[in-house]
Design a binder for this molecule. Sequence first.
Ligand code: SF4
Length: 151
Amino acid sequence: MTRHPDRADDPDRRSPASDSDVSTHVYLCTGCPLGCRLEVDATEEDVVEVRGFNCRKGERYGEQEHLDPRRPLSTTIWIEGATIRRVPVRTAEPIPRDQVRAVAEALRGLRVTAPVRRGDVVVADILGTGIDVIVTRDLPAVSPHNQLPAG
Ligand code: SF4
């Protein structure tokens, strides 16, 4: 068993919760292909201990996944004036898991016009998450006879 170093070793941060206040939650770390099985002991307010990680990234993942689970979102949106109809975009950072569906819906009818460059922001602060949606591919503008109309 590995104690949570920030809490277990610091008397000022050690949880005063009794064992009956603590429940254990299991998550699979997605930080790398190993997929470590994380056990997170937590009260209603805070994480007490994370076990099962093989690196600090996994420890942080366990805490984050319990307190504020987030997911990256990648999709495509319509583009006009390019040689293809849709351009790939993604959230610049993972967004709160419970907002993934709403963000995907908000992007559904979005259209941009070529040219676009990788990293261009197509929506800033999507749905008030504080996170931008960015283009992930360069697409130059092309002459009208080479364009495909957006759907
Ligand atoms: S804890 Fe570390 S080693 Fe294990 S899956 Fe997560 S990132 Fe990979």
